[in-house]
Design a protein around this ligand. Structure first.
Ligand code: 5AD
Ligand code: SF4
Length: 437
């Protein structure tokens, strides 16, 4: 009898890739994917706790499954990831939602397969298993669903302890995969026909810091020198560890996209210090200069938090002026949300919600203005799109150009996975409309 799995993923690209690992395990157990939650024999939630909303969504979605679980005998519900790894959260999930069969964390993701087998063997009770940081480095086979892009982990965990961030508490200390494993994974992906590789880590720039293995810039050079037409991207870069050798490696290979995600978080030195970011506004701007000196047309994107404890109007103005100065291609903007167990959650002068709201609106509008302008500059020009998928409703293919701009166009043949030169006729906020040349 055929059995189906359905995975619900919250949060970042790293979680998306972890879900591909989970899919790999489930397929080894004989399950195939279904998009319909009702048809699934196992439902896995891969959770995130970096910001508040993911938690609310997760609890909402889990609660909604109670009826399905009662109706469908043998249905297995599993929940894991960053949120369940948080202190006490696994027990909370078990208490609130006793019908959940398996609760696991970030450090025992690869044991999910064993837990499911236990359930297949008829184990009746809920399996609640959280492990502390075991320094595990995953090498299991993911089942990828992101063609033409492939995600490749290079580091796990984080050592930075930014004061607002929960990640180091739930993902453990930073550890790097061996370069030989990464290189052979990339080689096989390219052989299999993947057209884009995105290297993943909380801070890819500190890859192999303090080890004898090659540094990040050399890893980029080696992958960038591989044969065939493909794109190489990476995320995320911590500004404090971004150095000129990385910019040179980017400039030295036409496979490495002229695009970088360099989260600044704030434009105020006072706030950057309180965030424990280990750079000042001028350090950050110097890194941008180094980048632009090596790659004049490099597209820079960023993450920004507004409403960090103690942020004054003056501090916020510093963020706005930095955004103007850098001219980001795009930016993810966040309202600060206190995460239990982080130092910032205990800081005095938390910012009132209405002030946070006002600030985020002003910031978003500034970011959007620039994003729109950059999109408009594309009109009348040609750009090369790597086609990701087809929007069946609009009957358009879409994909990104090297700088990460999303472009749409018509075609009467299957273009998924092709590099297509598109002449842009119209800019539509963050996306572009054009025709195949
Ligand atoms: N509140 C708001 N934003 C946060 N981020 C991380 N933690 C928090 C928090 N507590 C944002 C940062 C980070 C991005 C992935 O999420 O900007 O770069
Ligand atoms: Fe969190 Fe800072 Fe690590 Fe990024 S670098 S994951 S923001 S602690």
């Amino acid at each position: 009898m055929e059995r189906f799995y359905h995975i619900v993923t919250y949060g970042c690209q790293m979680n998306v890739h972890d879900s591909e690992r989970i899919a790999g395990m489930l397929s080894e157990l004989g399950y195939s994917e279904t998009y319909s939650i009702e048809d699934a024999d196992i439902i896995v939630f891969n959770t995130c706790c970096i910001r508040e909303n993911a938690e609310n969504h997760f609890f909402g979605n889990l609660g909604a499954l109670k009826k399905l679980k009662e109706k469908k005998k043998g249905l297995i519900i599993a929940a894991g990831g960053c949120l369940t790894q948080q202190d006490g959260m696994a027990e909370t999930v078990h208490k609130k939602f006793p019908f959940v069969d398996i609760v696991f964390g970030t450090h025992n993701l690869e044991k999910l397969k064993d837990y499911i087998l236990q359930k297949h063997d008829g184990y009746k009770k809920s399996i609640i298993r959280i492990e502390s940081d075991t320094g595990v480095i995953y090498e299991g086979e993911p089942l990828r669903s992101s063609y033409p892009n492939a995600w490749v982990n290079i580091t796990f965990g984080c050592n930075n302890f930014c004061t607002y961030c929960i990640v180091p508490f739930v993902k453990g200390r930073e550890r790097s995969r061996k370069s030989e494993n990464i290189l052979s994974e990339c080689e096989s992906l390219l052989k299999e026909g993947y057209k884009e590789i995105t290297l993943l880590g909380q801070n890819v720039n500190s890859y192999n810091n303090g080890s004898d293995d090659i540094p990040f810039s050399a890893l980029l050079e080696k992958i960038g020198a591989m044969e065939g037409k493909f794109r190489l991207r990476f995320m995320t870069s911590h500004p404090k560890d971004f150095s000129e050798d990385i910019a040179r490696a980017m400039a030295g290979s036409d496979k490495i996209c002229n695009a970088i995600h360099l989260p600044v978080q704030s434009g105020s030195d006072r706030i950057l210090k309180a965030m424990n970011r280990h750079y000042t506004r001028s350090d950050y701007l110097r890194k941008i200069d180094i980048l632009k000196k090596n790659i004049p047309d490099c597209a820079v994107s960023t993450d920004i938090i507004v409403g960090f404890p103690g942020e004054t109007d003056e501090d916020f103005k510093d963020t706005l002026s930095l955004v103007r100065e850098v001219g980001y291609h795009s930016a993810f903007t966040f309202v600060y949300s206190p995460r239990n167990g982080t130092p910032a959650a205990k800081m005095e002068n938390q910012i009132p919600e209405d002030v946070k709201k006002e600030r985020i609106m002003e910031l978003v509008s500034l970011v959007n203005d620039k994003t729109r302008k950059i999109s408009e500059e594309y009109v009348g020009k040609e750009t090369e799109i790597l086609v990701e998928d087809r929007d069946d409703k609009r009957e358009l293919y879409f994909g990104r150009d090297e700088k990460g701009r999303m472009g749409y166009f018509e075609s009467d043949k299957n273009e998924i996975g092709n590099f297509v030169t598109v002449k842009i006729n119209r800019a539509n906020g963050v996306s572009l409309m054009g025709e195949k040349v």
